[in-house]
Structure formats: C-alpha cells, structure tokens
Design a protein around this ligand. Structure first.
Ligand code: BGC
Length: 263
C-alpha cells in the first residue's frame, strides 16, 4: 500500500506571483510562513524554475525529503505544459515536470493551478462532501476552472477560455480584467453574471465555488449575481493552489476519488 507523507511543499505559480508553503496534508493547514515572490517578467521557464528553487531552499535542509507539488496556469498532461496563458509561449509543449525535477534534484508533481485549487476545496473547503457537479473557478490574472463530479476531478477543463459574447471569457471577467478596466464591483459583476450564467446553462452544476485572491471580498460581488445555482466563496481563499498541489504530491499515485465521502 502506498504510504502518504503528512507534510508536503506546495508551490503555486501564477501570472503575477509565485507562492509556496509547507502544508500538513492531513489537516489542510499551512505549517510554515507563506513565501511570496513576484513572477519574473516575461514568465520564462528558466526564470520561473530558478525562483521556485530559491523558495524551496528557504524551507531548509529539513524539508529535503518532502514531496513537492507545483501548480501552474496551463493545461498539464503527463508533466508536459500544453498551453500558456499569461506566461511565456515557451511553456507550450515543454516537459515542465522534468525541468523542475532536474533543477531541484527531486521528484515533483506538476498540475494545473485551478485543478490544484479544486482538489484543496474538495478535501478541505467549500466542495467537501458536495454531491453532483461542483465547478470551482479562480478569478485572478486569468480564470481557472476545476470540475468535480461526486468528488472526481475532470482535469484541464479550461473553461476560463469559454467564448462568451464572442470574447475569451477571462479577457472580460477575470480579476485582472476588472483592474485593467478600473471597473466598479457592479460593472464587473455584470460580466461575471454573463460568465456564470453561461456555465450554468451548459453544465447545471450543484454548486459554484469562487476562488482567487478577490474571493476575500466576495461580499462585494457575489450578492449581485442572479443564478439558480448556489455560489459561494472558496473556503481556502488564495491558499487553495498551494494546498492542492501539496496534497496531490503527498498522495501521488492515489486516485483522487478514493477518499471522497459524500456523507
Ligand atoms: C489558464 C488556465 C489557468 C487559469 C488560472 C488560464 O488563463 O489557461 O490553465 O488555470 O488561467 O490561472
């Protein structure tokens, strides 16, 4: 039987920042300070991997044997990054997992950032025990999505790039789009309404979970949405990526549905 580490390192690479922490994967708690650095300009693979190596170093020698999960804003299949939104195009087709393993000199689990956030919400947050389809969305530099059906993750769904009104949804409704356009909460909520109504029409989910840094201000925009689906802020806020990446690294090889308890 596979044994599971209790503590793992989670790293969340985003379009603007890279965050990392030690995570107790049995409780879902961070057991170190959260380290955060800016994503290097241009989002080049070599620069990003160097920043991640520096973060991992800061956890010290005691952490050398811990599993590491890294989540990233791209489609990730078998450790290869298949897309690149908000980072350098050099990630497309890159053996990202191998690149990180070589640089850090240890095994890495590499996963899409929204999928990592979805796993964290499933085990420790707002999606825990929810039957049916839960759509976890992260509103940040882009829009990330994780589909969880009865606790089973459908990976790499990329619904942030759904075309809504002839436009790439994240270019209109991400938090970055709000900032770029200096939109009020009300104007942004109109765009979110269109986006979530489209997801609702296509998927009829049981629940929407809204993550990303802006979820801490969810009272400013979630009450403005008119949907038939319940919509709640992510319980783990902006740490979901770190937690989910660490959880997946610690459980490497275990099916995600194995621990699901809908009771
Ligand atoms: C990327 C996704 C990612 C999301 C959130 C999108 O632009 O295509 O892979 O999950 O941003 O970072």
């Amino acid at each position: 039987m596979a044994t599971t580490a209790q503590v793992a390192i989670g790293i969340d690479i985003g379009g603007t920042g890279i965050k990392g922490a030690l995570v107790d994967v049995t409780t879902g708690e961070l057991v170190s300070d959260r380290i955060k650095v800016a994503t290097p300009k241009g989002g080049e693979p070599a620069d990003i991997v160097a920043e991640v190596a520096a973060i991992v170093d800061r956890f010290g020698d005691d952490s050398r044997k811990l599993p590491i999960g890294v989540c990233f804003p791209a489609v990730v299949q078998k450790g290869v990054t298949m897309s690149a939104a908000n980072v350098s195009k050099r990630w497309i087709g890159l053996q990202a997992e191998t690149l990180f393993e070589k640089t850090l000199g240890r095994d890495i689990l590499f996963v899409n950032d929204a999928d990592a956030a979805g796993v964290a919400e499933l085990y420790f947050g707002a999606a825990k025990g929810v039957k049916g389809l839960v759509i976890v969305t992260t509103l940040g530099t882009g829009i990330g999505t994780a589909l969880l059906n009865d606790g089973v993750l459908v990976p790499n769904t990329e619904l942030g790039h759904l075309e809504v009104g002839g436009r790439d949804a994240e270019s209109r409704a991400s938090f970055a789009a709000k900032e770029r356009g200096r939109l009020s909460w009300t104007s942004w909520a109109k765009r979110l309404q269109r986006y979530y109504a489209t997801l609702e029409m296509l998927f009829s989910p049981a629940l929407f979970v809204v993550g990303g840094g802006v979820s801490k201000e969810s009272q400013e925009f979630l009450p403005l949405l008119r949907l038939r689906t319940p919509i709640v802020p992510a319980a783990l806020r902006n740490n979901a990526g770190i937690l989910g990446a660490a959880w997946l690294a610690a459980h490497r090889g275990l099916p995600i549905a194995a621990d699901f308890d809908a009771s």
